[in-house]
Design a protein around this ligand. Structure first.
Ligand SMILES: [Zn+2]
Length: 77
């Protein structure tokens, strides 16, 4: 292995570790609509959730952002 490859590997592992710690230290999110706690391990239900995080409430189906706030659907009028 050369130095650049090892450096890249260390960087990737470090970034993954930081992301993992960030995800694990996150407080549980409660639905503001029905109060149900959302699971930490979520399955994105659409591209927006996959990109930015967020939840679809298991209790009432509300669309929440990554911080657990109700996401206002645009263009719904
Ligand atoms: Zn809910």
């Amino acid at each position: 292995m050369d130095g650049a490859l090892i450096g890249g590997l260390v960087g990737a592992v470090g970034a993954a570790t930081v992301l993992l710690l960030f995800a694990m230290s996150r407080k549980p999110v409660n639905c503001p609509s029905c109060g149900r706690e959302q699971p930490k391990m979520r399955t994105p239900s659409n591209m927006q959730q996959a990109m930015w995080g967020g939840y679809t409430c298991e209790g009432c189906g509300a669309d929440l952002d990554a911080r657990g706030r109700l996401r206002v659907k645009k263009g719904g009028k």
